[in-house]
Design a protein around this ligand. Structure first.
Ligand code: FHN
Length: 503
């Protein structure tokens, strides 16, 4: 080979290596992540599209109620203060289990009025309630025929769950049944051994029980759990869904095939039933989202005492946020310590949730006599007063693809965009930025009194977005968050913008 030919060959070789270097990584990056084949993963891609789920999506605001025998000690035992969440007091070394397990004999909530609770929830603006039928202690607020540890054997005797379901149904508030699959009272229940990081990597080898005897006992608990769930769906036929808790337990997670079958059975019993993402794990020990990252269940239940920061955080899923009034108390604790949220805090969380397509659920922990504590009653009233004026910006509203601004949050319905102003700007102007080809503002007014708010066109920015300021009417004073309604040019344009948000 001549030197010239050799040089040319070397050049070609270099070129091939160069092209390969550029192309190969590009190809591997563009390759789709391979999907793991799963038998017990999510059984659906994308959101549910039926009417029951559409109704759930439109709720906006819900109420959570944690009520059980833990409300009697209210976070104290033997003169000592328990600093944990009141409903967990049985797990505290200061509380003898035998004493706790006798508390039901004193459960006589003479101040309980399901009608009053439901009325208060209605006035607050709640569209659904999640009620603890059984928390981790195992006490049932319905007369379950599968355990004696239930309301029938208390001095109160009556079926509290029935009273609640009837009263809330009457107010048009949908009922969801909270159910803990941890049950400290059932002889067959035992928590799985702690899950180590190695177990997570090698889930098929994870053994939740130390002995076969434990495994046999747990089988009786599984049957009991199934019976109770069927009982609940049979005896409370208007309940719209089940809200599961305690499913982080390794024993439960390891029963993925059985739980999957149970979920199918429950769904078959009640078409339209709504179950969140906390019920079961897949065969690799992944909960909430399966090994392929797909949501397990109808909506994400991962936002407990926490909110997403942006729409990206919710990955296009339905979700709800459940929130406590103090930092972390669900059941009644007579001595709330630390920061207690104000109605302004909670209203902001509510609007923020809806602005990212979520529902906001506020927790109440009635006391051992059945009264809702004054602090919660005050909050319910303040939120209700706000909702009476502004609920149009909440119910049935969804996310808007507009750049977040410091004054607050956008929500929308049909051709209206709602601007909930949390931080009133010092210049009395609420700025918005509308991307090229987006919605055209037509008119703006205050939701509270329909007073016109001037729309000031501030031209375009470098990205060709239209800049507007909405002038808050000068005479309008408000010491609460308030809403400006912005009517925009037609549904078609909104649809288009919404589509963009999803891509
Ligand atoms: O342990 C419970 C807690 O007591 C409370 O019921 C909350 C409500 O979402 N869930 C569990 C913690 O995730």
């Amino acid at each position: 080979m001549s030197t010239k030919t050799k040089n040319r060959a070397a050049k070609y070789l270099l070129l091939i290596v160069f092209i390969a270097t550029i192309c190969l990584p590009a190809k591997s990056f563009s390759q789709e992540k391979t999907k793991i084949s799963l038998q017990y993963g999510s059984h659906r891609e994308g959101k549910r599209t039926d009417a029951d789920m559409a109704r759930w999506r439109g709720y906006g605001l819900g109420q959570f109620i944690h009520w059980g025998v833990y409300a009697i000690p209210g976070g104290h035992w033997d003169g000592k203060y328990y600093g944990g969440a009141a409903e967990w007091i049985r797990s505290w070394e200061g509380m003898p289990n035998a004493e706790y397990d006798k508390l039901y004999k004193q459960f006589n909530p003479v101040n309980f009025s399901a009608a009053a609770w439901a009325k208060q929830a209605k006035n607050m603006g709640a569209k659904y309630v999640i009620i603890t039928t059984k928390h981790h202690d195992g006490f049932c607020i319905w007369p379950s025929k599968y355990t004696d540890y239930n309301i029938k054997n208390t001095p109160y005797k009556k079926d509290i769950l029935k009273e609640i379901v009837t009263a809330y149904d009457k107010e048009g508030i949908d009922v969801y049944l909270y159910f803990s699959i941890i049950d400290w009272n059932h002889p067959g229940y035992q928590a799985g051994t702690g899950i180590t990081p190695e177990d997570r990597l090698n889930w098929s080898n994870y053994k939740p029980f130390k002995t076969d005897e434990e495994k046999t006992r747990y089988a009786t608990f599984k049957e009991f759990t199934r019976n109770q769930l069927i009982e609940l769906l049979t005896d409370y036929p208007t309940a719209k869904g089940l809200w599961f808790d305690g499913t982080w337990d390794g024993a439960w997670m390891k029963e993925f095939a059985w739980v999957d079958q149970l979920e199918k059975e429950l769904r078959a019993m009640r078409p339209g039933l709504i179950i969140g993402s906390r019920f079961r794990a897949d065969e690799n020990g992944k909960r909430g989202f399966d090994s392929n990252g797909v949501l397990m269940g109808d909506y994400e239940q991962g936002w407990e005492r926490d909110l997403p920061n942006s729409i990206e955080d919710v990955h296009g899923n339905d979700w709800d946020c459940v929130m406590t009034v103090p930092e972390n108390q669900w059941g009644y604790h007579s001595d709330w310590r630390g920061y207690v949220k104000t109605s302004d805090d909670l209203i902001e969380m509510l609007v923020k949730s809806v602005s990212m397509n979520g529902n906001f659920v506020l927790n109440f922990g009635p006391d051992g006599k059945g009264a809702i504590r004054p602090e919660e009653t005050k909050l319910a009233k303040e939120i209700g007063d706000w909702m009476k004026i502004n609920n149009e910006a909440i119910y049935g509203c969804t996310y808007v693809n507009l750049k977040k601004q410091g004054w607050g949050y956008y929500t929308k319905k049909d051709n209206k965009i709602y601007l909930t102003v949390i931080n009133r700007p010092i210049n009395e102007r609420v700025n918005i930025e509308i991307p090229k080809g987006g919605l055209k503002p037509i008119k703006a007014y205050l939701l509270e009194n329909k007073k016109t708010a001037d729309i000031i066109n501030r031209g375009r920015n470098k990205q060709n977005s239209s800049l507007y300021s909405i002038a808050i009417p000068t005479e309008y004073k408000s010491n609460k968050p308030f809403v400006i309604v912005l009517e925009v040019g037609g549904t078609e344009e909104i649809k288009e913008a919404y589509q963009q948000a999803k891509t």
